[in-house]
Every structure is written in C-alpha cells, then in structure tokens.
Ligand binder design. Structure first.
Ligand code: GLY
Ligand code: MN
Length: 461
C-alpha cells in the first residue's frame, strides 16, 4: 500500500492517486461523473451519486462532469450552472473554482470534451444519459465487456483501489463509526418499536443526523432468511430475531457495511443462542486467521468449516465437517460468500464484474458452496473486506426435492425443527488488513450476546 497521511489535503490526495495511475498506464483516460435519472417529471430526480471511479480521482461529487487524465495531469469538463439552477438550487461554485479544488489547471465546457477524446480509455457509467455521451464522445460502443485499453485501465484502477490510502481510511473510519452508532440506536429502539420500519427509522436517523446516507438499501427484518430483504412492514414479535444489515456512506462516498442480529425481546432463546454462537465462532475464526498473503477463499472455506462443525455439534448435520464442506452441505444453511471488498462501493468495484474480485486467471466456481464467493484474491495490507458468515433457513433451498435427496443422510431434518425460531442470523464486520493481521473498523459494536442484550434492554410487553 502506498502510505498517504490522512491529514493530506484533498488536492494532495487526488493528485497522488492520479500520479500513481500514470505510473501504471501511459495512455489518456476520460472518466465521467454520471448524472441522475428522473422519476416522473424531469425536475423530480433520484438522489445523485457520482461514479466511484470519478470520485476516486476527482475527489468531488460533481454531476454531469468529466475528467481527462493524462500523465498525471487532470483537465476538468463541466458546464457553467444555468440561471435556472441558481434559482432552484442556489448559487454554486464556478467551474474554475471547482477545477482549483481538485488540482485541475484548466476547465472546459462539456462540448469540448470530444476534441480531447482521441485514444482515451474509459469505464462505463451506469446511467443511460451518460452512457450515450460516452459512446458519442469516444465514437465507439462502450460495453461492460471491457476490452483493450478499457480493460487495462480497469486493471490499473483495481490495483490502486484494492488497497486504501490514508485519506480513504479516514473516511472509511467515519462511515464505520456512524454505522456503529446507527446499530446501537437500532438496538435501543427495538424496546419500543412495533415494526421493522420503526427500527430502520432509528438507524437511518443517525446517518441523516451525520449528513450521511445509507450505502445500500438497509436490511432490517425479522425474515433474515431473505438475504437482501428490502421490506419493513412486519410487526416485531417477542420471539423473533431481528437481522439488521445497515451501513452508512459519508459525503465523500466511502462506505461501511455492518450486520448484527438480535432478539426482539432483548433475550435470545436457547436455540437462537446456540446457532448465534456457531455463526459468531465462524466470524471470529475468520478474523483471527486473516493476515497479508492469506487467500480470502481459504477464509471463506474456514467459515464454512466452522459452521459445519457447529451444526454437527448441535446435531443438525451429521458427518466429518471437512467432508460436509467438500460436499457443500454447509451451503444448505450458509449459501453465500463470507464477504467482499469494501470501499467507495459497498461491494467495491463490482461494477467491473469479477475483474476486481477475482485475481487474474481465477474464475467463479459453479459449486453450490462457492458460487457466491465475491472475492478470490490473496489479502494485502490496506485491503478492506467484510466478514459476514450466516445461518439461514431458506425454504427455497431446504424444501428443494433434489437437495433433500442429495443431503438425505447428512441432515437430521427432525432435529432441525427444534430450531424453527431461527430464520436468519448474520454477523458482519469491516476488516482492514494490516502488516500484523487486522484492524476491525467496526469493533466498537459488540458481537457477544451478553453485550448485545445490554444494548437492547428488555421490552415492557
Ligand atoms: N450489505 C449487503 C451485502 O453485503 O450484500
Ligand atoms: Mn456485506
């Protein structure tokens, strides 16, 4: 990792990133910030979020702007704000002032971009309007199947963004701290909350109060078996577990991603406690095994093995844990990967597909227990990843006749019914790889049941 002091100014930080890019590639690049889309009439738009690649090198969340990078030099392209914009949105900084903030010597209107575009590589943006501009300006079709210089650019950006500089870590720590506070607020709110929505509101209120936003659609649900549940209408009942996967994004774009699962009543039942301890053992074993050079895939397999061991001890699975993992029996209850890269995106750089998550020459497995592994690279100092093992009773998996048949002899289906009050448990932390092991950015949020129960407090009903 290139060490950058977190106290560096914005200009110093983005200059250093651009210089490092110039050391990796010798051709010019254009990166667009993107634009927002309208919801129903043109002026009613979805919230804008600048492209992460643009943010990384420009440092400012501009809308409808582009930067051209060549040999470490940056040129900004954006239009003067219209009089209507000043009327509806207030005065904004001039393009010249913005150029100065990011260390650009010159700024041109967007209409000039085409004259600088010859031979430029780019990364596709997500919105249709900018995507059209990219095709027009570069005079070629830009697709997600990155080829030639675009692919080389993507690989260079991945090299830089895989490990975080000091300035990024300052922002990532802020996002983590806000998210920790949001989870504590969610736990405290559970005492009087009537629905999932009440808890979500308490959690997101903390972000809003810090001028942050959710980094992804918050998951706050008593149906934790729905991995990315985005509904919040269920009432909370005393016997339920509540799974909250909620993380903040700070104004500079850097994100956090935390999951905790707690008992609505404030007290885990014996069966909830038993499974929670299995998931927690898996989470702790993974973090303890993480060092520079260790393969993330091996951390995933370790998570699977500890879950298999725990389920054998509880009488849910039968057999040797290593054999159970080899046959993917753990995936009946833990069907996803143990985590992913985290940075400017909650699943960092997944807009580039598996080019970011998978080292050169590696591809996704089609095994049931490995297909959702999002990261298959050796750990490096400065890399930030999530560790998020879980246990779920997903009807679509457990009631699938072919899986029932395949795993007939290794699952004690009758014993499993004793755990019907456990629909889904996940425990997720954000883990920075350091020279000596790890620094868990979200460690101020407890994972132990006793500590979590203290934060929830019993309900009156
Ligand atoms: N926070 C959601 C996920 O990691 O998929
Ligand atoms: Mn995650």
């Amino acid at each position: 990792m290139q060490a950058l002091d977190g106290t560096m100014t914005l200009i110093e930080t983005v200059r250093s990133r651009r210089q490092r890019l110039a050391e990796l590639i010798d051709f010019p690049v254009v990166l667009w910030s993107g634009s927002t889309s309208s919801r129903n009439f043109p002026a009613n738009t979805f919230p804008f979020r600048a492209s992460s690649h643009f943010l990384y090198f420009a440092g400012l969340p501009l809308e409808n702007a582009a930067i051209q990078l060549e040999h470490g030099k940056i040129t900004l392209f954006m239009d003067q704000p219209s009089p209507a914009s000043a009327l509806w949105h207030g005065e904004s900084a001039t393009p010249e002032a913005i150029a100065e903030m990011m260390g650009a010597d010159v700024v041109y209107p967007l209409s000039e971009l085409q004259t600088f575009a010859a031979g430029c590589a780019t990364i596709p943006v997500q919105d249709a309007r900018t995507s059209q501009q990219q095709t027009q300006v570069l005079n070629r079709v830009i697709t997600n199947e990155l080829q030639g210089r675009d692919r080389e650019l993507a690989e260079a950006i991945i090299t830089l963004r895989l490990t975080h500089d000091g300035a990024a870590l300052v922002e990532l720590r802020k996002a983590a701290a806000i998210s920790v506070q949001a989870h504590k607020a969610g736990m405290a709110a559970t005492r009087t909350a009537k629905t999932e929505a009440d808890v979500r509101a308490a959690m997101e209120a903390v972000m809003i109060a810090h001028n942050a936003t959710p980094a992804y659609s918050s998951i706050v649900t008593v149906h934790g078996e729905v991995l990315h549940n985005d509904r919040y209408h269920h009432p909370l009942h005393a016997g339920d577990l509540l799974l909250a996967d909620v993380g903040a994004e700070v104004g500079s774009g850097w994100a956090a991603d935390i999951t905790r699962t707690w008992a609505v009543s404030g007290k885990f039942s014996p069966t909830q406690r038993a499974i929670y301890e299995v998931v927690l053992a898996s989470h702790d074993a993974c973090i303890a095994a993480m060092y520079p050079g260790v393969e993330y895939r091996d951390i995933h397999l370790l998570a699977c093995r500890v879950i298999a061991e725990g389920l054998v001890d509880l009488g849910i699975l039968q057999g040797e844990p290593a054999d159970l993992v080899d046959m993917d029996a753990h995936a009946l209850f833990f069907p996803h990967g143990v985590g992913h890269l985290l940075g400017l995106d909650v699943h960092d750089m997944e807009d580039l597909g598996d080019v970011a998550g998978y080292a050169t020459g590696r591809t996704r497995s089609d095994r049931f227990g490995l297909g959702y592994l999002r990261l298959d690279r050796p750990l490096q100092v400065g890399m930030l990843v999530t560790i998020e093992p879980g246990f779920y009773q997903v009807p679509a998996i457990l009631n699938d006749p072919s899986r029932r048949e395949k795993y007939r002899n290794v699952v004690n289906w009758e014993r499993l019914t004793d755990f019907s009050d456990v629909r889904g448990i996940r425990i997720e932390d954000d883990v920075l790889i350091t020279e000596t092991g790890t620094d868990v950015l979200t460690q101020d949020l407890p994972t132990a049941i006793a500590d979590i129960e203290l934060l929830i407090q019993p309900r009156n009903t």
